[in-house]
Design a protein around this ligand. Structure first.
Ligand SMILES: [Zn+2]
Length: 496
């Protein structure tokens, strides 16, 4: 069963009131449509209707829970947090021993008196019911349980405040719990069983954590934090981020190293040289030895063509694993060819690994040798290059990156390779979309040419729109006309 966040469109306050017996339904919800989203960039004011000094620590708990979730993962900022006045705008929170809830979804909550109700006592509303096993009775069990109730429920209610309805209401989500609140509107992500907005999540409201799709949903609607692009697989355990750099000057031969933050492992990358002018071709796209950077190189050829090179590093994080633990699950292999005018080499990972990426470095010294292929084939990565017009026999080093097929405490991993062929052209282009339940981890292409040759200038991951993760591959002939086509590849990873 897959799942996710969505937004409602019909206002129906309390049309399905939650009963005491339905506890985990931390709340009900109502309207929301595109028009009910808060503007961005905009700080959303929050105030307390009835704060006391006795509940100061609990109010801090709420504020910190919201900061480490919705705020940390998007451009949303909740500000103020003082005592409400009669004219306060934004979200007005009433502290009461009642069913926690919001009375509107999204922006209509702005200025609505007692619009969000949070419970700090759990005496009258206990947050549990006899027929519900598991941890939903935690609110009265212990101080830890009580504090978790306060935090987790606040995260859920602030999700409603941002415009998210209950995930289990969706027609495409299988869930035994009755819908709560009304349902309509549009689905921002695939149905998400792990959403903190889903009563059917395996851990009650996902244990106060945003799921991968929760994160992608809030970023989609309210902006990426710090301009970092990342996507998650459907389990929320696989996070892939793409980091990029461009050369700061135009030059005939360009080299870039794209380093990633030290909690990621680099597993792929790419580069974009130049199509226009006389053009510039790729000569290297590969990881450094400790998988902390991706390196890209390009050159013009025969005709001068100063250009800007863009480079991309695709970096992986797996929930529950440190960088060191993740790196222990990764295999990194390289192999160098013999010297040839058209060198090619394969590097393979063993059968206990899935191949998830690879790259190449053409070791040219004279006039140059230019990449024509860098792509996955079973458990091998293959790469090839050619000299062009001017002879320059070279070697090529091919790199293969694999990840264990099974990781303890994470699960079985699945890899999907999608293949697509370009048109037959002097400038061939192919763009391949990854299926939504996977996170894009890489891609590649093989230029199929005969005659004088046609070479790669673009190997480009693009996850800026998480609903449309793509890998783009382009090639061109150079000085001498030569049509070709590209067999292109996109690679996705998920926890099964
Ligand atoms: Zn709710």
């Amino acid at each position: 069963m897959k799942s996710k966040l969505f937004i409602i469109a019909i206002f129906c306050a309390f049309c399905l009131p939650e009963t005491q017996a339905q506890v985990r339904q931390v709340q009900s919800a109502l309207t929301a449509s595109g028009a009910d989203l808060w503007n961005i960039p905009q700080n959303i004011n929050v105030c307390w209707e009835n704060p006391t000094s006795a509940n100061s620590a609990d109010r801090t708990r709420v504020r910190q829970a919201v900061a480490r979730t919705w705020e940390a993962e998007s451009q949303v900022r909740f500000t103020g947090w003082g005592t409400c006045t009669s004219w306060s705008r934004g979200i007005r929170i009433l502290i009461a021993d009642e069913h926690p809830r919001v009375k509107k979804l999204g922006r209509p909550l702005g200025g609505f008196h007692d619009g969000m109700v949070l419970n700090f006592d759990f005496n009258d509303w206990r947050g549990c019911a006899d027929h519900i096993p598991d941890n939903r009775c935690r609110c009265k069990q212990s101080t830890t349980g009580r504090n978790q109730c306060i935090e987790w429920i606040a995260i859920h209610e602030f999700g409603h405040a941002l415009g998210f309805a209950h995930e289990q209401n969706r027609s495409d989500c299988a869930c035994d719990d009755a819908p709560a609140g009304s349902s309509a509107g549009w689905f921002v992500t695939p149905c998400d069983i792990n959403s903190t907005m889903n009563y059917c999540s395996p851990t009650w409201i996902n244990g106060g954590n945003l799921s991968g799709y929760d994160i992608m949903g809030v970023r989609y609607l309210y902006g990426q934090p710090n301009q970092k692009y990342s996507v998650f697989d459907e389990s929320g355990k696989i996070e892939v981020a793409v980091f990029s750099r461009a050369s700061t000057t135009r030059s005939q031969h360009s080299n870039l190293t794209i380093a990633v933050p030290n909690d990621y492992v680099v597993i792929g990358g790419g580069g974009v040289a130049a199509r226009t002018g006389s053009g510039a071709l790729l000569t290297a796209s590969y990881p450094n030895s400790d998988l902390s950077s991706w390196i890209v190189s390009s050159k013009d050829h025969v005709r001068s063509s100063p250009h800007v090179l863009s480079g991309y590093a695709i970096a992986l994080k797996v929930k529950g694993l440190t960088r060191r633990q993740l790196k222990q699950q990764i295999s990194f292999v390289q192999n160098t060819s013999a010297r040839a005018s058209h060198p090619s080499a394969s590097a393979s990972v063993s059968s206990s690994y899935h191949l998830i990426g690879g790259g190449f470095k053409v070791n040219w010294q004279g006039s140059g040798s230019l990449a024509t292929a860098s792509y996955p084939s079973g458990n091998s990565w293959r790469a090839a290059a050619k000299d062009h017009i001017r002879p320059d026999p070279s070697t090529i080093t091919t790199y293969a990156i694999g990840i264990k097929r099974y990781i303890l405490n994470v699960g079985n991993l699945d890899v999907e390779v999608i293949q697509k062929q370009s048109d037959f052209a002097a400038h061939a282009d192919v763009s391949i979309a990854m299926d939504k339940d996977y996170a894009l981890v890489g891609g590649g292409g093989e230029v199929k040419y005969s005659g004088s040759g046609n070479m790669l200038w673009r190997l480009e991951p693009d996850i800026s729109d998480f609903q449309n993760q793509r890998y783009n591959i382009s090639s061109k002939d150079h000085i001498r006309a030569n049509n070709a086509y590209i067999k292109g590849y996109a690679i996705g990873l998920k926890v099964r």
